[in-house]
Design a protein around this ligand. Structure first.
Ligand code: 26W
Length: 777
C-alpha cells in the first residue's frame, strides 16, 4: 500500500465507517478528493511574489475535477489501482456530477487556460462566480428539450475551500452584499505549480430579520437574504442574445468588484498606498465583455479611495486591462440600458460618463469628424456599449482565430482598428491535451507513448514525431482497433444514459456544440434526410453505414433552436424505425450533452462536424479536440478549421462550401426560394418541415423554421445562414468521406496525420502567447 493510498483510507474514515468496497461513489469521491487536496498544500500560495495575471470570466466550465487533478498530481495510477483492488470500477466517478459553470466554448476555454498556465508555471488566477445551479440539465421528452436545475453540489464540493476571512463587500443601490470566496486549486501537470480559481458566492450582509419575523412578516424577514443569494444562484443559459437583464448586470458587477477589491487588497499588503507599481503587479484579462464593468469600477476605486485624478487612474487601467472578443454576432454584443445601469449601480455610472467624455476628446483631437463620433460612443442612444468601453480603456483586444481577428479588424471593429491598430492581436484558441487526450483517451495515449514517449503531455508539438508511423500498416491497424474500442465504450455509455444501442461497426459522425442557427445543425439534419431518401429511392448505392450523433443544449428561450431539436428527433424516429434503412444508418440526439459526455463522444468519432456559416464561428474548440483524437474534419472555411487544415493538410480533411468572400458576393441577390425551385433534392428535404412527413406536436415550430428559410423575418433575410447555398457541396463532401472510408487504412492514415499535426492547438501554446505578448508575466 502506498502512502497516498493510506491517506485515502484515512480520509474515508472521516466520511463513513464502511470499508472502501462498500462506501459508495460519493464517499469515495469525497475521500479521494480531500486526500489529494491535502497534497496541494505545500505548493498552493495565494499571494506569491511577482506579477500575476487575473482571468476574469463569468464562466469556468471546469468539468469533473477529480481525475484531472489526480493526473496532474501524479496520483491517478495508484488511486485507480486502489479502487480496482477493492472491486471498484475506474469509472466510479462517472456518477459524480460535473460542475457546469459555463455555457460552451468560452467557459471551457477558460478552464483549459487555467490548466495550461499552471502546467507551465505561469502565474494566472481565475476569478468568477460560484453559481449554485450551473447550466440546466437537459432531458428529451417526446422529442422536445426540457430543462431541469443542475444542483451540481449534491455530491459535495470537496475541491473548494471557503475563505470566510477574505470576503469582500459589494455595493448595490439599496443593498450591500458579501462576496465570499471559494478557492479551488489549479494544479499544474507535475504538481509543482498550484494557482487558484476563486469563485465568489453572494451572501446577505443583514440576513434573517428577527424583528420582522416576530411581527409575523415572514416573507419580509427573508427578503433581503433571498435578494442577496439570488445574485449567485444561477448561470444564465443564453449564449445567443444579450437580454440586458437586471440580475445579469448584478452578477457581472458582483464578481468584477469583488475580484478588483481582492487584487487591490493584496497589492496594498505589499506596497501600501503607493500605486506606482500596480500595473507592473497585475494584468487583468476580460473574457468577453461580461467583466468589463471592472473598468469603471477600477477608476472609481482609484479615484474615490486612492484620490487619484482621472488621468492617473485611466493610465493605470489602460496598462492593466486587456480584452478578448469571442463573437462577432451583433445580437450577442452587450449593451446595457443606461437607466437600468443607474438603478443597479448608480455609483459606477459617473465613471462611464468620464470614459465617454475622455473618448470624445481623444477622437476630436485625432481629427475624427463630429458626425462620426456616435460610431464610437460608449454612451449612445441611452445604451452603454461594453465592447467599445473594453477596447478604449485597455491596451489589447484579441480575437480567437486568425480569420476571426481579421474580420474584427476589417469589418466588425474596423473603425477601432483604424484608431488603435497596435492594440489588435490574434490568439488562436487551444485545448489542454491532458484532459482532451491523456484523460479521455488513455488507449490512444499509450499508442502514442509506445512510439514517441510521453513528452507530448507538456509539449504537444512532439506529436509531429508520429508522422513516420502514418505510413506503417501495423500502426494504422492498431489505431483502428483503438477507435473501435472507444466506439464500444461510447456505446455502453449511451446505452446507460440514453437507452439506445449504437452499432459500433458504423462510421461515427458527430456534431456536438450549443444549438445555434449559425452552427447549422439543421443543415446536418437536412443532409441526413437526403441520404435517407437516397437510400429509399435506390439513387444512393454503396453507402457505408453511418451513425449520426448530435449533442446540444438550446437556450431555453431560443424557440427556433428548440424546433431544430424536435426536428432532429423526428428524423431519428423515422430513420431508426425504418427496417429498410436502419441497417445502413442510425441517428441519435444524446440528452444532456456536457463536458463528461464530450469526453466519451470525441474519442469515438470518425468525422467531426464543423459546419458553421463562413465568418460566424469565432474559432471553435471542439474541432481541435476531435483532431487530437484522430477524427477528420468535415467543415467550412471558418474559425480554427482553416488553421486545422493548414496544419494537417486539406487533403486529409473535408472542407466545403462558400467562403466569407463568396458570401459577401452573393448576399444581395441570394434567393433560397429559387434554389428550392431549381433543385428537387433540396426542395424535398426542406418541404418535410411543412408537408406532414413529421409532426411538431402542433406547436407550429416546423412551419416557423420553414418560414425562416423561405420568407425570413423582420430581423433577418430568408436563410440568413445560407443552408441551401451550401447544401449540395456539403452532401458531396459527406459522400466523399463515406466512399473514402471504405479504404480503411488510407482513411486511418488521414486520421493519424491529423493527430500528428495537432500540436499548434494546445492551450499551452495559447496561454504562453497571452503571457508573453499581452501580460508580460
Ligand atoms: C450575451 C450572452 C452571451 C454569452 C456568452 C453572448 C456570448 C457568449 C459567448 C461569447 C459564447 C461563446 O462561448 N463563444 C465561443 O467562444 C469560443 C472560445 O473562444 C469560440 O471557440 C467559439 O467559436 C465561440 O462561439
Amino acid at each position: 500500500m502506498t502512502t497516498f493510498q493510506n491517506e485515502i483510507l484515512s480520509a474515508l474514515k472521516e466520511e463513513t465507517d464502511k470499508p472502501l468496497a462498500e462506501a459508495g461513489a460519493k464517499a469515495v469521491y469525497q475521500a479521494v478528493s480531500r486526500a489529494a487536496l491535502r497534497r496541494t498544500r505545500e505548493n498552493w500560495k495565494t499571494n506569491p511574489e511577482g506579477k500575476r495575471a487575473c482571468y476574469l470570466s463569468a464562466e469556468f466550465l471546469i468539468g469533473r475535477m477529480v481525475n484531472s487533478n489526480l493526473l496532474n498530481l501524479g496520483l491517478l495510477k495508484e488511486t485507480r489501482e486502489l479502487l480496482e483492488q477493492n472491486g471498484l470500477s475506474p469509472e466510479l466517478f462517472d456518477e459524480i456530477d460535473d460542475p457546469a459553470l459555463g455555457n460552451g466554448g468560452l467557459g471551457r476555454l477558460a478552464a483549459c487556460f487555467l490548466d495550461s498556465a499552471a502546467t507551465q508555471n505561469i502565474p494566472l488566477d481565475g476569478f468568477g462566480i460560484r453559481y449554485q445551479y450551473g447550466l440546466f440539465r437537459q432531458t428529451i421528452e417526446n422529442g422536445f428539450q426540457r430543462e431541469y436545475p443542475d444542483d451540481w453540489q449534491r455530491f459535495g464540493d470537496p475541491w473548494s475551500i471557503r475563505r470566510e476571512e477574505e470576503k469582500e463587500l459589494v455595493h448595490f443601490r439599496g443593498q450591500d452584499v458579501w462576496a465570499v470566496p471559494y478557492d479551488m486549486p489549479v494544479i499544474g501537470y507535475g504538481g509543482k505549480t498550484v494557482n487558484t480559481l476563486r469563485l465568489w458566492q453572494a451572501e446577505a450582509v443583514k440576513g434573517f430579520d428577527f424583528d420582522l419575523f416576530n411581527q409575523q412578516k415572514y416573507s419580509e424577514a427573508v427578503r433581503l437574504e433571498n435578494e442577496a443569494n439570488a445574485i449567485s444562484t444561477c448561470l444564465y443559459p443564453n449564449d445567443d442574445t444579450d437580454e440586458g437583464k437586471r440580475l445579469r448586470l448584478k452578477q457581472q458587477y458582483f464578481f468584477s468588484s469583488a475580484s478588483l477589491q481582492c487584487i487591490i487588497r493584496r497589492y496594498k499588503e505589499r506596497y501600501g498606498d503607493d500605486f506606482s507599481h500596480f500595473a507592473d503587479s497585475y494584468a487583468v484579462q476580460l473574457n468577453d465583455t461580461h467583466p468589463t464593468v471592472s473598468i469603471p469600477e477600477l477608476l472609481r476605486i482609484l479615484m474615490e479611495e486612492e484620490l487619484m485624478s482621472f488621468e492617473e487612474a485611466f493610465s493605470i487601467a489602460l496598462r492593466v486591462f486587456a480584452y478578448t472578443n469571442h463573437t462577432i454576432m451583433a445580437e450577442a454584443l452587450e449593451k446595457w440600458n443606461q437607466e437600468l445601469f443607474c438603478s443597479v449601480i448608480p455609483h459606477v455610472f459617473p465613471y462611464v460618463v468620464m470614459l465617454n467624455n475622455a473618448l470624445k476628446r481623444e477622437l476630436l483631437s485625432r481629427g475624427v469628424e463630429k458626425k462620426e463620433l456616435s460610431r464610437y460612443a460608449i454612451l449612445d442612444g441611452g445604451l452603454i456599449h461594453m465592447a467599445r468601453m473594453a477596447i478604449y480603456a485597455s491596451h489589447s483586444t484579441n480575437g480567437v482565430a486568425e480569420i476571426h481577428t481579421r474580420i474584427l479588424k476589417e469589418d466588425a471593429l474596423k473603425e477601432w482598428y483604424e484608431l488603435y491598430p497596435e492594440r489588435f492581436n490574434n490568439k488562436t484558441n487551444g485545448i489542454t491535451q491532458r484532459r482532451w487526450l491523456g484523460l479521455c483517451n488513455p488507449e490512444l495515449s499509450s499508442f502514442i507513448g509506445d512510439r514517441i514517449g510521453n513528452g507530448w503531455l507538456t509539449d504537444l508539438d512532439e506529436l509531429k514525431k508520429l508522422m513516420p508511423y502514418t505510413g506503417d500498416v501495423n500502426s494504422l491497424r492498431q489505431f483502428m482497433d483503438i477507435k473501435k474500442a472507444k466506439k464500444n465504450e461510447l456505446a455502453r455509455y449511451v446505452y446507460e444514459h440514453d437507452n439506445f444501442g449504437l452499432n459500433t461497426d458504423f462510421i461515427f459522425d458527430v456534431q456536438i456544440k450549443r444549438l445555434h442557427e449559425y452552427k447549422r445543425q439543421l443543415l446536418n439534419a437536412f443532409s441526413i434526410l437526403d441520404i435517407y431518401f437516397g437510400l429509399k429511392d435506390g439513387t444512393l448505392t454503396d453507402f457505408a453505414p453511418t451513425t449520426f450523433l448530435f449533442g446540444a443544449k438550446a437556450a431555453p428561450g431560443y424557440y427556433r433552436a428548440k424546433g431544430i431539436i424536435k426536428y432532429i428527433n423526428e428524423i431519428a424516429n423515422l430513420v431508426n424505425n425504418d427496417p429498410n434503412v436502419n441497417r445502413k444508418m442510425q441517428v441519435l440526439f444524446v440528452s444532456n450533452y456536457n463536458v463528461s459526455y464530450a469526453e466519451k463522444l470525441i474519442p469515438a468519432a470518425d468525422v467531426s462536424e464543423q459546419i458553421s456559416t463562413a465568418g460566424t464561428e469565432a474559432s471553435g474548440t471542439s474541432n481541435m479536440k476531435f483532431m487530437l483524437n484522430g477524427a477528420v474534419t468535415l467543415g467550412t472555411y471558418d474559425g480554427a478549421n482553416i488553421e486545422i487544415v493548414e496544419q494537417a493538410g486539406e487533403e486529409n480533411n473535408y472542407i466545403f462550401g462558400a467562403r466569407v468572400e463568396d458570401l459577401a458576393q452573393v448576399a444581395d441577390s441570394y434567393c433560397p426560394k429559387k434554389i428550392m425551385k431549381e433543385n428537387p433534392r433540396i426542395r424535398r428535404v426542406v418541404e418535410t418541415l411543412v408537408d406532414g412527413t413529421f409532426s411538431d406536436g402542433g406547436t407550429g415550430m416546423f412551419k416557423e423554421l420553414y418560414d425562416s428559410l423561405t420568407e425570413g423575418a423582420s430581423w433577418h433575410k430568408p436563410d440568413h445562414y445560407y443552408l441551401l447555398l451550401d447544401f449540395i457541396p456539403y452532401c458531396d463532401a459527406r459522400l466523399r468521406i463515406n466512399r473514402e472510408y471504405a479504404q480503411r487504412e488510407e482513411f486511418a492514415k488521414k486520421c493519424l496525420i491529423n493527430v500528428a499535426n495537432a500540436g499548434k492547438f494546445s492551450s499551452d501554446r495559447t496561454i504562453k502567447q497571452y503571457a508573453e505578448e499581452i501580460w508580460g508575466v
